[in-house]
Design a protein around this ligand. Structure first.
Ligand code: U5P
Length: 370
């Protein structure tokens, strides 16, 4: 099949999953055309069957900001015509679902549109008053709308009163990249007797990065440990001030945005994910695939990814003492850590197996192409 993938290229679960899906589909012989503003960051420079069509910014004094949306629709039309695409797969509803629909209208031909919802596209962006109707229309006009968790299916029904079916296609990771202890960079991040905690996110308020720092503070009072923070975003200054206030700045490594997170995660002992809501929580799956147990909140879709008490521990949102208790339990009980670590990898391999979920997308593509 010739498949057009519309996605965001910035750091975030939707762009990562779209890139991984495209790579896997290309390996299976499909021709994949990414239409994006910027190159998706998890795409290698060259892979057979993968084409990247970057959307140009159109600058004109009339426009205060370049009309990226229209440029992307224009590019989608151009690519669909030039390569004879069989279908469009929009990742993240805003603006890709409506963009794919508009491109199809302009082309004036049957071109199936599949939309995959990743979470914040419906909960935050799509439900914003000004975007609500556009997002809902994009969903209604899609031939199939998929979601990344059962939680998100329910939320989509509640928010958009969506009547159609919402197949759940779980996210997956490249298990060859995210795997237990690789060429260990651990000694560059922590001393021999120090435990290493990790948090990976976009530092938006819903990630509750202050809870990460406060959890680390409690852990640090009981045993030598370091914390590595991967990513950047609006709450970074808050995190840094908190670290200074608690006298922890020397024990925390602020790595900023990283393209290759796998070696850092694999070098760690525990991942912390205190988010107030995650529709899926891709970073948690990446940790599990690396055999790193996760201490997270039991919120939204997280319990579908982190099997409670088997591959990690779940707490109430904001319960920092519980997060610290569970983290210490994992750090102090070596046998428990080893068991959970092995189970985590096994769980990622079986439940979030890339081949299985890519086949599921292929079935959906076949179904819309009749
Ligand atoms: N991510 C990076 N580098 C960063 C920050 C985040 O690759 O500096 C990736 C995470 O590894 C994950 C995604 O794949 O962005 C965030 O997804 P989620 O945990 O928000 O679902």
């Amino acid at each position: 099949m010739k498949i057009g993938i519309l996605c965001h290229s910035t750091y975030g679960g939707s762009g990562v999953v779209a890139a991984e899906l495209g790579k896997k589909l290309a390996q299976r012989g499909h021709q994949i055309h990414f239409v994006t503003v910027g190159r998706p960051f998890r795409l290698p420079s060259y892979q057979p069957n993968v084409f990247v069509h970057e959307v140009d910014a159109f600058h004109h004094p009339l426009f205060e900001v370049p009309p990226y949306f229209l440029s992307q629709v224009g590019k989608t039309v151009e690519v669909a015509r030039c390569y004879g695409l069989d279908l469009l797969h929009a990742h993240y509803a805003m603006p890709h679902a409506i963009g794919a629909h508009l491109a199809r209208e302009i082309l004036g031909r049957e071109l199936p549109v599949i939309t995959t919802l990743h979470g914040t596209d419906t909960s935050l962006v799509g439900a914003h008053a000004g975007f609500y109707e556009i997002t809902r229309h994009g969903l209604e006009k899609s031939d199939v709308v998929t979601v990344v968790s059962n939680f998100l299916a329910q939320q989509t029904r509640d928010t958009f009163h969506f009547q159609g079916s919402l197949p759940v296609v779980y996210n997956f990771v490249d298990l060859e990249v995210f795997k237990p202890r690789q060429d260990s960079i651990r000694s560059t991040l922590a001393g021999e007797n120090e435990a290493l905690l990790v948090h990976v996110s976009n530092f938006r308020p819903l990630k509750r990065v202050l809870d990460v720092i406060e959890t680390f503070h409690l852990v640090r009072q009981k045993r030598p440990a370091r914390l590595v923070l991967v990513g950047d975003g609006p709450d970074m200054p808050l995190a840094q001030s908190k670290a200074i206030e608690l006298g922890l700045i020397g024990d925390i490594v602020f790595l900023g945005r990283q393209d290759a997170v796998a070696p850092v995660i694999a070098a760690s002992d525990v991942m912390l994910l205190p988010s107030c809501c995650e529709s899926f929580g891709l970073a948690a799956l990446e940790a599990l695939a690396c055999g790193v147990p996760v201490v997270a909140t039991a919120s939204c879709g997280i319990p579908e990814v982190v099997e409670k008490d088997r591959v990690g521990f779940l707490t109430a949102v904001g319960d920092v003492p519980a997060m610290a208790r569970y983290t210490l339990k994992l750090l102090e009980d070596k046998a428990l850590h080893q068991t959970m670590s092995a189970r985590a990898r096994e769980y990622a391999v079986t439940r979030f197996n890339a081949d299985h979920w890519v086949e599921k997308y292929e079935e959906i593509y076949q179904s819309v192409m009749g």
